[in-house]
Design a protein around this ligand. Sequence first.
Ligand code: AMP
Length: 586
Amino acid sequence: MARIIGIDLGTTNSGVAVMEKNGPVIVPNSLGDRLTPSVVGFSKSGEVLVGKKAKRGAVMNIGRTVFSIKRHMGTSHRVNIEGKVYTPQEISAMILQKLKQDSEDYFGEEITQAVITVPAYFTDAQRAATRDAGEIAGLTVRRIIDEPTAAAVAYGLDKQKDQKILVYDFGGGTFDVSILEYISGVFRVISIHGDTHLGGDDIDNLIVDHLVEQFKKEQNVDLTEDPIAMQRIKEAAEEAKIDLSEVNDTTILVEAVTMSDKGPLTLEASLTRAQLESMIADFVERTMKSTQEAMDDANLKPEDVDTILLVGGSTRIPLVQRRVKDLMGKNPHRDISPDEVVALGAAVQTLILSPLEGELEDTLAARYGKEAPVIIHMTPFNLGVGLQHDQMGVIIERNSTYPVEAKDIFTTTRDFQEAISFPIYEGQEPVASENTFLDLLRIEAITPAPRGVPRIEITFKLNSDRILEVKAEDLATGVQKSITIASTDTRLGEEDKARMRREAQMRAMQELRKRISDYTEAQTDELIARAEKLAKGMAEGAKSKELRQSVLNLKRKREEGELSAAQGEIEVLANLMAELEKGSPA
Ligand code: AMP
């Protein structure tokens, strides 16, 4: 059965996991890292870089590096890279494409299906945009699931007693807290709070400000004018912050950070955990206030919450752990790595779509059961249509569990009216236009009749991924019109998606070519040796002749000079070898 991957598509970092027989495991990327920075860079030569390379290259590619695209999903935001305009879906697709490619390289097989996680507060438009990004990257997105639910599933909480779970998620760029209720096999998100602009990056910036100020005092040099110096200091600040989660003091050293009349200047400073804690105390208190508000919204006291889960790299900070414990009166669970738990939960969720073949290991069966958990969510907003006098006609009420279907009947306001347009909104306001406009559904050819007589039935169907389908039907004639909703300017048309998919495939091809052109001398020697060995063992025929000729061509070309001149020959031989090795047993 085709392998399905679980993807945590994060604001700062993303991760991939798969379900193995003895539990979910993280899939390392091409560099062997368990997380991939969600950063996309466009080099001057037009190459697309994703992950650590893009993050590191940000200094050289100022204005051509995109961070935190997740914040813009489902909006009309556009990224302009030297005149070429990209939607947030396309940029996210580049990250997903890299995760897909790295997983394919790891498993040596094509991967076309994924479960992707999103924050619980994501709207329908944001979820639809995430699904589109997957499609552009060549992935069928089998499910979109909420991050806090994925974390709870990774801990196997769905196989335990009914309980209330608080998920405190403090990542690189965002903070959110969700309270879930788990009753009789079903999860519900009962309240959400947070700050989408508070994360580990802000902590790094505080340390940077402190270092820059100190440097100014000591050396009378303002480093803020120098982007390369600032980037290096930021990297050193993050490293120091991470160190201080383990040790009580650390030294920050950025050699030759800038030039002065007297030569290169080095930034050197020491930082203690106590100093860092006093710097970040306000941030941490803001997260506590949000947590308290989520509890108040859910009408809960700390003793009503059974389990606390920590998610996100910034929850490794000891002060954060202490404050969560103080507020909630009990220790949070943190035995699963907080920056991997969401991807692992997404992998567990793939079980529902593709049960593992053969018997499950006992440990797995005990923890996750033989079937994946049922997940039910509640809609965070009313969904409805704009009526006469700009009134909001609510069809699906806030806090409805979904999947759900609801209908209502409307009529005309003018005699012999032939068409009605229903603007569709999401939001809590009684005045329709004060809510978020999602799309317009127009039904024509209504039976001619005095106003108030035609009966137009509107059906809202919200599926398990919170994608909304709206249908209008003239009950007299059976004439129907339906649309799948996300806001018009954020939802991509099929044509756009097809074009973006083609472009993504082109990029994958270029990447492949680039990898081939990255062949080093040693790799070329190895390629030739492998080819010669294969040719020796092959029966005489057209293919063996082609292979020998190709080896010869490469050797000749190589003897003529630079390896770079032999890229064409390397490419031909590498492709031929890939074809022959695929067809022969390993
Ligand atoms: P995430 O978005 O969950 O990947 O979290 C990334 C954030 O966690 C970044 O700001 C990291 O600097 C931060 N982080 C990772 N490990 C640690 C650590 N040991 N101590 C403090 N912050 C950390």
